[in-house]
Design a protein around this ligand. Sequence first.
Ligand code: SAH
Length: 397
Amino acid sequence: MTLPAILLKSGREKAVARRHPWVFSGAVEHVSGDPQGGDTVLVCASNGEPLALGAFSPQSQIRVRIWTWDAQASIDQDFFRARLQAALRCRQELRLFDETDAVRLVNAESDGLPGLVVDQYGGLLVMQCLSCGVERWRETIAECLVAESGIERVYERSDADVREIEGLPPRTGALLGAAPDLPVLIQENGLRFWVDVIQGHKTGFYLDQRDNRKRVAAYAKGGEVLDCFCYTGGFALAALRAGAGALVAVDASPAALDLARQNLQLNGFPEAAVDWVQADVFQHLRGLRDRGRKFDLVILDPPKFAPTSAQVERAARGYKDINLLAFKLLRPGGTLATFSCSAGVSMEFFQKLVYEAALDAGVQAQIVERFYQGRDHPVSLYFPEGTYLKGLCVRVG
Ligand code: SAH
């Protein structure tokens, strides 16, 4: 059977040759064979030489996501089984299950499966299909996942905004096995958390911050801590366990705060240990500053301010604003743990924004640590865009 083919423009073969997994629409000279969304296509150099196999996406600017650079391969159940086996083996070998039972098992492009995210929450898998190619193979992938992981329940959370760009409607629900009993209980670094995989953000929990929660907590002992954008209490609980003296935690979402309160109780901390505040962080920080409140550790873990590179400028103002306010709330000798999960904001650019905030706040400040996403969110060397989470630990003088 001949596959539909994508002929690249002359001079536009470089990215594919360098093993970048995306073929942009602007690099395509000609499409033959009338492929539909998700169909496997043969990507060819301008001289017709076959280079790779990928999944076609008719609407997205990313016209093809590459499955393999072996143009002779077959994209079938065996292909997906092998890729999933490799991803699962990686997590086993990283010994992540010593610390937690909630792990990202498949990290999309960086695990050779563009558009596929799979998170394990104890005895449940949560799967996100974010590209036409994964959408086409979702049932095959789900069956292979069950066979390879031994976990029988797969819940689908294909409701991320990026699906719209691919021309795919949102879809959620039990994909294999029974629907999960809510909330789902997980363990992380000796703490327990309830996770709402159905209504919660992303697949339910910010697994990418696991290591950082532990590292940031090390600065909490005996001090007053302010956890901004606290979600279900990840950083707050880690700080408490590390001996924080007092804790204020702020988030805009009542549902997240509700679960955060339950998580506090679940771990046996007294109810009064945390002052949970439902508020807009920007406004609340101004109020705290105006009242002259001071903290020893401030954590800023905001949502993606720049979902696309077009929004980077607006995002920059947002980051600078909250970091400036945070610096003003710190006691001398205090620590700021500040993050950005916008892929369009590099570590270098983020550092510049934090520097500008420190300058405007008039504080002496030094970077003592840098943070990235956890090891279960590896980044393919051929796909540097996969580094989306970055953070700085800054000590003020
Ligand atoms: N630190 C968390 C994850 C934070 S995700 C953890 O470790 O689990 C970002 C959070 O910011 C979400 O919970 C969202 O509800 C909240 N949020 C978004 N915009 C906000 C705003 N303007 N003010 C307060 N919270 C906001």
